[in-house]
Design a protein around this ligand. Structure first.
Ligand code: ZN
Length: 249
C-alpha cells in the first residue's frame, strides 16, 4: 500500500460560503476520496481546526507521522507563515530521505517547497476567470499516463511566468490561459532520494479537484513519487574499499 497524507490549510472552505459549497468537507477530503483505492491509503491533516484555530502546533506533522508517509500532498495559501520552520524542515528532510511531495496550486509559496527548491517561487497571478488549457509535454511519462494531448479547465486562477523556480528536472505540462499567458504547470524534481511534483491547478473558488484529468494526474503522481528507497544519505569518513578494518573510520 502507498501511504498518502493530504495536508490542507482548511481556511477558505470554512470562512467563505461559496467555497464551502464546492468543498463542504474541505479540499483535503475531496482529494483523499478520489485517491483511496486498493493500493493507496490516505490520511489527512489540516492547519486550521473546525473552530478556525491552530490548536495543534505541529500542524499534524511530526517525524513519526512522516516516517509512516510515502507521499505528502500539500495545499496551502494564506497560512504559509503559520507553519513553523521546524515542521517545514521535517518535511524537507523526509523528502531528502525519499518521501514524495506533491505541492498543489498556491503551495508554490509553501515553506517546504521553497526550502527544498531554494528560490522565491514567486509568479504572476490574477483572478479574472480565464479558462486554462493544460498541454501534455511528455505523453510517455507515468504522471501524464491516460491524459490526452490537452484538457481544458473552464475557469482557473491565472498563474503566469516568470515562475521563479529552478529549471525543472522534467517539465510535464504547460498551462495556456484564454488571456494568452503560459505557465509551467507540471514540474518534476528530484531532491536527495525523494521526488517533488508541483501541479498548478486548484484555486479554491473553482471545482478543479473534481475534474477527472486533474484527479488522474494526482493519482499517477502519487504512484510515481512513492519511494522505492528511503534513507538520508550520510556523509561518512571512509577507509579504502579493500581495508580489512572495514568501511567507516
Ligand atoms: Zn489560488
Amino acid at each position: 500500500m502507498i501511504r498518502v497524507l493530504v495536508w490542507n490549510e482548511f481556511n477558505h472552505e470554512q470562512k467563505k460560503e461559496a467555497i464551502r459549497k464546492i468543498y463542504p468537507n474541505g479540499i483535503h477530503n475531496v482529494i483523499a476520496d478520489f485517491l483511496r483505492c486498493d493500493d493507496i491509503e490516505v490520511r489527512t491533516a489540516t492547519l486550521f481546526d473546525k473552530n478556525l484555530e491552530i490548536s495543534d502546533p505541529t500542524c499534524g506533522i511530526t517525524k513519526e507521522i512522516l516516517d509512516q508517509t510515502d507521499v505528502l500532498i500539500w495545499w496551502g495559501h494564506m497560512g504559509h507563515q503559520y507553519v513553523p520552520d521546524e515542521v517545514a524542515y521535517l518535511v524537507r528532510d523526509a523528502v531528502l530521505s525519499g518521501m514524495g511531495l506533491i505541492c498543489l496550486h498556491s503551495a508554490h509559496h509553501s515553506k517546504p517547497f521553497r526550502y527544498l527548491l531554494g528560490t522565491s517561487c514567486n509568479l504572476t497571478w490574477r483572478e479574472s476567470g480565464d479558462s486554462e488549457r493544460l498541454w501534455v509535454i511528455e505523453p510517455s511519462h507515468p504522471i501524464t499516463r491516460g491524459i490526452d494531448r490537452s484538457f481544458k479547465l473552464d475557469a482557473e486562477e491565472t498563474y503566469g511566468e516568470p515562475f521563479v523556480i529552478p529549471t525543472p528536472d522534467r517539465l510535464l505540462l504547460i498551462g495556456n490561459y484564454s488571456s494568452g499567458e503560459v505557465f509551467r504547470s507540471g514540474c518534476l524534481y528530484c531532491r536527495g532520494n525523494g521526488k517533488i511534483f508541483y501541479f498548478q491547478p486548484g484555486h479554491e473558488t473553482f471545482p478543479t479537484y473534481y475534474v477527472p484529468e486533474v484527479q488522474t494526474i494526482i493519482r499517477n503522481a502519487v504512484r510515481f513519487l512513492a519511494p522505492t528507497y528511503r534513507e538520508m544519505t550520510p556523509c561518512p569518513n571512509v577507509r579504502k574499499v579493500d581495508d580489512p578494518k572495514g568501511y567507516v573510520i
